[in-house]
Design a protein around this ligand. Structure first.
Ligand SMILES: [Zn+2]
Length: 130
């Protein structure tokens, strides 16, 4: 990811910022400027709740180099209360604990770092509610 893309996506990544169409009420994450359903360009910003449930998941046994520090780890599809489905890492969960339908909440964590003293990228992941 380029530095420009990183900053452009900062709000969605840190606050789960979405947009909602003022005409048809469809919610978009990441945010869109124009509703692709009704072509309305008056979309309002909203923060998603960060609360949802696990739809499905898989265990990543052999992570890519940037994510080796996490491995093995879980990646899942989380359906938020607002009906939005997000692909994200599932953290702080044991193998015997993770199951479809379990409640989850937003957690901000390290994604990866470039170099030993380089830029550290952070973003959203999901965990069981505390
Ligand atoms: Zn619309």
């Amino acid at each position: 990811m380029s530095i420009a893309d990183y900053w452009r996506l900062e709000a969605p990544r840190f606050r789960l910022e979405a947009t909602k169409c003022t005409n048809c009420d469809k919610i978009y994450f990441p945010p869109k400027r124009v509703c692709p359903i009704c072509n309305n360009d008056e979309l309002i910003h909203m923060d998603l709740s960060g609360r949802g449930r696990l739809i499905t998941f898989t265990k990543v046994e052999k992570p890519a180099v940037e994510f080796e520090y996490m491995g093995p780890y879980y990646v899942g599809i989380v359906e938020l209360e607002e009906g939005i489905r997000i692909s994200a890492s599932i953290v702080d969960v044991a193998e015997e604990q993770i199951k479809e339908g379990m409640p989850l909440e937003l957690a901000f964590r390290k994604y990866y770092a470039i170099g030993d003293e380089g830029i550290v990228y952070y973003g959203y992941k999901f965990r069981p509610p505390l």
